[in-house]
Ligand binder design. Structure first.
Ligand code: C5P
Length: 281
């Protein structure tokens, strides 16, 4: 039996980050949505190996440090089931260390597939607990539903957002999350993280929110600022911002046609960048 699952890209429409706690971790509040595009994870009969292909597969570890195996070990520890009769096939379509939660999404997809194949009795809460141990984005990327994320990113309240035609662009530079948080702390500029969306026009609302990791990420990787300027220069862009700790930026558009047209222009302007038109919801 072969099972497969999409591990979709996550986008932080806003990301408000508070002063770090005693452990150095940051309470946050974020509106997260997910793309209709991502990595692909397949499970087939085998012996516990990981095979990787896809445009961003090169150089990605196929051993224990891959988040796929972190998820497998969490599943084994929680269920007592040894995962040695399946192989994993990962098609890595999402850029690495890019603020769209690709690794966490892969881990989430693995947990869903293992439950389906080996332990359908495992509850959603138990699956969430396993995902939480794979990283701060683990739970949101497991469920991949539009949500307000609070706590450290693990406390989710589902929200209904309209389907948003969008373009994702990554200039091809990895942006390690801890370094961006460190640069954020160094600036010492902490604003309140609370905000409420009570319906109305989502883009108008987003204008009143922030991406707190955008300024430090731009300081570390100035090309992110250039990408945002380029996005905002096009009439198809209704709203542009960086996702997560970067370097992927997104543009929201009015229509699918606008998003596709914008993607074509960006590919011409940024031939080395990863550019993807998609729908976020
Ligand atoms: O949990 P994850 O491994 O994805 O987080 C990577 C790093 O990002 C952490 O080691 C920490 O430095 C930082 N982080 C944080 N506060 C959060 C989430 C992540 O400081 N809420």
């Amino acid at each position: 039996m072969s099972l497969s699952r999409l591990a979709p890209a996550k986008v932080n429409l806003y990301l408000h980050v508070a002063r770090p706690d005693v452990r150095g971790y940051h309470p946050l509040r974020s509106l997260v949505v997910f793309a209709d595009y991502g990595d692909e994870v397949r499970l087939r009969p085998g012996e516990g190996r990981l095979f990787i292909d896809g445009p961003f597969g090169q150089g990605l570890s196929t051993s224990e440090d891959n988040l796929v195996f972190k998820a497998v070990r969490r599943f084994e520890a929680a269920t007592g089931i040894r995962v040695d009769r399946h192989d994993f096939y990962l098609t890595k379509n999402l850029p690495l260390a890019s603020g769209v939660g690709g690794g966490s999404a892969d881990a989430g997809a693995v947990l869903h597939l293992l439950r389906q194949a080996c332990a359908p009795e495992v509850s959603d809460d138990v699956l969430s607990a396993m995902a939480a141990e794979t990283g701060a984005d683990g739970v949101m990327c497991l469920w991949a539903e539009a949500s307000i994320a609070e706590g450290y990113g693990e406390r989710l309240t589902p929200v209904t957002v309209p389907t948003l035609p969008a373009v994702l662009i990554n200039p091809g530079i990895e942006c390690p999350t801890p370094a961006v948080f460190k640069a954020y702390d160094a600036a010492g500029d902490f604003a309140p993280i609370e905000t409420e969306w009570s319906g109305g026009n989502l883009i108008d609302y987003l204008q009143s929110t922030r991406s707190d990791l955008e300024p430090p990420a731009i300081r570390l990787t100035p090309v992110i600022g250039e990408v945002l300027v380029a996005l905002r220069a096009h009439p198809e862009t209704r709203f542009a911002r960086m996702s997560g700790s970067g370097a992927t930026c997104f543009a929201l558009c009015d229509t699918v046609g606008d998003a596709e047209a914008l993607a074509v222009k960006l590919r011409a302007e940024w031939p080395k960048a990863w550019v993807r038109a998609c729908a976020l919801s």
